[in-house]
Design a protein around this ligand. Structure first.
Ligand code: GNR
Ligand code: NI
Length: 174
């Protein structure tokens, strides 16, 4: 397993549309293992493959708390349907927009089908934090970031904040 670099805005790769996976094989599982390790190291709760520069429809997630037993989840070729009318607001963040948070409203409940780590078909209903997170991750597969739902002014501020942060980080490393 290896930790991979997480791409941040305004990297244009984050706008790419990810392509369906043809086979859940050992090579794909190696990617998913790397993604999970990268997500844990960054203290994230979800990660889409495009965030490490791989345009495949793959998501990893772990919604367990820091004191709880790890609950890694893997989603290959996920499809969402039947979103609820009820919305859930949540103060979202993104590892590709580090240090910036904003409230986003999304359907509070949604149906989900995908292939798991072993390539088995799964169908389930996502609610609450699971629903918020899977929709945030699904957006990444379409090249959409949560800041794309904000006004242009707020989005530009978010990107500027990340650029400044990255610049200072680079200086520290030097
Ligand atoms: O770690 C993350 N936290 C988070 C909080 C609220 C809504 C969505 C997320 S996902 C994010 C990790 C990430 O960027 N996934 O793409
Ligand atoms: Ni994200």
């Amino acid at each position: 397993m290896a930790i991979r670099e997480i791409l941040t805005v305004p990297n244009p790769v984050l706008k790419e549309i990810s392509q369906p996976v043809e086979q859940v094989d050992d090579a794909l599982r190696a990617l998913m293992d790397d993604m999970l390790e990268t997500m844990y190291e960054a203290d994230g709760i979800g990660l889409a493959a495009i965030q490490v520069g791989v345009p495949k429809r793959v998501i990893v997630m772990d919604l367990s708390g820091p004191e709880e037993k790890a609950e890694p989840k893997f989603f290959v070729n996920p499809v969402l349907s039947d979103p609820s009318e009820d919305k859930r607001p949540y103060d979202e963040g993104c590892l590709s927009v580090p240090g910036y948070y904003e409230t986003i409203e999304r359907p509070e409940k949604i149906k989900l089908t995908y292939l798991d780590y072993d390539g088995n078909e799964v169908e389930e209903i996502a609610e609450g934090m699971f629903a918020t997170c899977i929709q945030h991750e699904m957006d990444h597969l379409e090249g959409v970031l949560f800041i794309d739902y904000l006004s242009r002014l707020k989005r530009q501020r978010a990107v500027q904040k990340v650029k400044k942060f990255e610049k200072e980080k680079g200086r520290d490393a030097a």
